[in-house]
Design a protein around this ligand. Structure first.
Ligand SMILES: Cc1cc2nc3c(=O)[nH]c(=O)nc-3n(C[C@H](O)[C@H](O)[C@H](O)COP(=O)(O)O)c2cc1C
Length: 177
């Protein structure tokens, strides 16, 4: 865990309904662009972020399983929708509803990724997402090696989706956004 993960203020910040956080990354997830709202919530300057991995705003309470699912999805050219809890530089946190998708060049090749996030439905977070992410974190924590932990987390998500007969994106929209 990085040093800054250790400090959390327990202060939650919220996007206004008309605010959108936008970032673009290269193929490896290094930030290439962030809009003004991104920097406002992240608390970092463009100089601190551009060229840096997007995990600069990773919140320690986010399950690794969710990011594995995100990357597995966008690398194959698909888009993903997910609730994400982020950490500001000062240790505040802010939840978003994120859409993450590949950027293509004219030859049909993925050349990077971009994401738009908006204010999430807090009721959905409290009733569904926080319990799901807490369960995934616990599974990851108790499943041995990092590899085993991710496999166990993925199994859990897979079983949940099978029981609902839905894809991950369908479940996100079924919960409400
Ligand atoms: C376009 C794009 C946007 C992303 N946005 C976020 C984000 O807002 N917060 C976040 O924690 N990770 C985001 N990620 C995922 C990170 O690249 C990374 O997988 C995640 O922070 C977990 O970091 P870790 O693997 O070092 O634990 C994004 C990735 C891409 C490609």
């Amino acid at each position: 865990m990085r040093k800054q993960d250790l400090s959390l203020t327990n202060v939650e910040r919220s996007l206004d309904p008309d605010e959108l956080i936008v970032t673009k990354t290269d193929l490896s997830g290094k930030i290439r662009y962030g809009n003004r709202t991104f920097y406002k919530f992240a608390g970092y300057s463009p100089a601190e972020c551009v060229g840096t991995q997007h995990n600069i705003i990773r919140h320690p309470a986010m399950p690794r399983t969710v990011f594995k699912l995100l990357w597995d999805t966008i690398k194959t050219g698909d888009e993903v929708f997910a609730y994400v809890n982020n950490r500001s530089k000062n240790g505040d946190n802010y939840w978003v509803f994120a859409h993450v998708t590949p950027s293509w060049n004219e030859a049909g090749k993925i050349v990077g990724y971009h994401s738009n996030r908006r204010a999430p439905n807090k009721t959905v977070i409290h009733e569904h997402i926080e319990p799901l992410y807490a369960a995934l974190l616990e599974i990851e924590r108790t499943s041995g090696s990092p590899k085993d932990a991710l496999a166990a987390g993925e199994r859990q998500v897979h079983e949940l989706l099978q029981s609902k007969g839905m894809s991950f994106n369908e479940l996100m929209f079924a919960l409400g956004v």
